[in-house]
Design a protein around this ligand. Structure first.
Ligand code: SF4
Length: 458
């Protein structure tokens, strides 16, 4: 064994999945995981730069690690992810004991960077590969890193983004849109299914742009809806999810898939960001409030029980009280089952920052955020209460957190379900559960096996 590694990850599901890939690469290079940084010989801080707060976390984390390196000079410390891409060499200059930095496109170079660091060679890899498909060519997944929870796995289908929303750093940190070949995606999913995975989440920054022909770049051979149909044909795959889609790529074929592909889960996380067309324009989102509402109506025609969740930015530069009221009214009109809402955070080198747009005062933005979150709390609870009395199929994740002996899993609508069972099913299995109550954060239930009478499965 070469030593032990620890990866500290911040940010989105894409980052979480990249951390699994890094763990797998280090495993193949002879390293084994350590539970905590203090037990590790190699520590990688895997960063996110979507909000300023996430970037500050990196600096506080690095401070502690590099202090330890003073006492233990053989400790290898690296920084990966979006901040690494954005800052590159600047990070090495600012932290003289830091060994290496590498951007998301250079993830496959991690073992070589660690080897270099052990020979006292500091390096920054933030270049873009000439062959964009190379970043998808990874060694076979070791079972330990195959899935975050038994039975479930993430699969990258595309990376990067060509849309340049005015608040977002992703096109700079993750690069331009590249679709992975459908052949390798399907091979990976077949392997996962053979290893017991029943649910896959297809990942990409604008995942439903998958397969778009882009000038001068390799693209997938089929549109996203076609890929979903092919994934549904893989033996053993019972559930398909995807994240994050962009409203402009919600085409007819993808909407129809909700009616025609039973494995496609009745949950969609579709970012809206603002309910005001004026603000959406300033954000360069390329669609209007009305476009979004029409997509939702068509989706609900295709699958009436669809649970929709979203992302919202509050206090975007130029947001007026009327714009914010439009956001509130859209949230109520769609009836989101949940939403992730944040106050706008200015990011370096985004179009919004370059244009010098001024955001509303922070106290005002926080007040708006609080109002929005109150509305959402009511909607989430109401959506949960409507589920009481249903029988649902839960993918078991393990022990529940509310009471000893309780189990926890997710239903097809992506709600956490805490439930009791006289004969606890193993993690990774699907279990029919009768929903008995709803809380703001989860559904409560009992295994259908314990129930006296059968309910129809929803
Ligand atoms: S669609 Fe917009 S928010 Fe999403 S990654 Fe691309 S630029 Fe960023």
């Amino acid at each position: 064994m070469q030593g032990r590694f620890h990866i500290r990850t911040f940010g989105c599901q894409m980052n979480q999945h990249d951390a699994e890939k890094m763990s797998n690469l280090l495993h193949h290079a002879g390293y084994r995981p350590a539970q905590a940084p203090r037990e590790a010989d190699v520590v990688v801080v895997h960063t996110c730069s979507i909000r300023e707060k996430a970037e500050h976390k990196l600096y506080s984390e690095l401070g502690g690690l590099l202090e330890r390196k003073q006492q233990r000079p053989d400790l290898v410390v690296g920084v990966g992810g979006c901040v690494a891409q954005q800052e590159g060499e600047r990070l090495l200059r600012r932290f003289p004991r830091l060994d290496f930095v590498f951007g998301p496109q250079n993830l496959t170079h991690l073992p070589a960077l660690v080897d270099g660091a052990r020979q006292r060679h500091r390096a920054s890899r933030t270049d873009y590969d000439d062959d964009p498909q190379a970043r998808f060519e990874l060694p076979e997944r070791h079972p330990e890193y195959a899935s975050p929870t038994p039975g479930r796995a993430f699969v990258t289908v595309m990376e990067g983004c060509d849309l340049f929303c005015s608040y977002c750093v992703v096109p700079r940190t993750r690069g331009r849109e590249v679709s992975r070949s459908s052949r390798t995606i399907l091979e990976e999913i077949r392997e996962l299914a053979a290893g017991g995975v029943v649910e896959v989440t297809l990942l990409g920054q604008t995942v439903n742009a998958y397969g778009r022909p882009r000038p001068g770049r390799i693209s997938g051979e089929m549109p996203f809806a076609g890929l979903i149909e092919r994934v549904a044909e893989v033996d053993g795959i019972e559930r398909i999810r995807f994240t994050s889609p962009h409203p402009i790529f919600m085409d007819e074929a993808l909407i129809r898939a909700y009616a025609e592909v039973p494995q496609l889960c009745p949950h969609l996380h579709l970012p809206i960001q603002s309910g005001s067309t004026r603000v959406l324009r300033a954000m360069n989102r390329r669609h209007t409030r009305e476009d979004y509402l029409q997509i939702v109506a068509r989706l609900r025609q295709a699958r009436s029980e669809l649970a929709i969740t979203t992302d919202i930015i509050v206090g975007f530069p130029g947001e007026t009280p009327r714009d914010f009221e439009q956001t509130l009214s859209l949230v109520r009109e769609v009836g989101f089952c949940d939403s992730f809402s944040f106050v706008y955070s200015e990011r370096p080198e985004t179009p919004a920052q370059r244009r010098g747009l001024r955001a509303p005062p922070r106290e005002l933005a926080l007040e708006r955020l609080q109002r929005l979150q109150e509305v959402q709390r009511e909607l989430t609870l109401a959506a949960g209460r409507r589920r009481v009395g249903e029988r649902t199929l839960v993918l078991v994740e393990g022990a529940g957190q509310r009471r000893p002996g309780q189990l926890r899993g997710r239903c097809p609508h992506n709600r956490v379900v805490n439930f009791e069972s006289l004969r606890p099913p193993p993690a990774g299995s699907l279990c029919a559960v009768d929903v008995t109550a709803a809380t703001p954060h989860s559904l409560l239930g009992r295994s259908a096996e314990d129930a006296p009478a059968a309910l129809p499965l929803l």
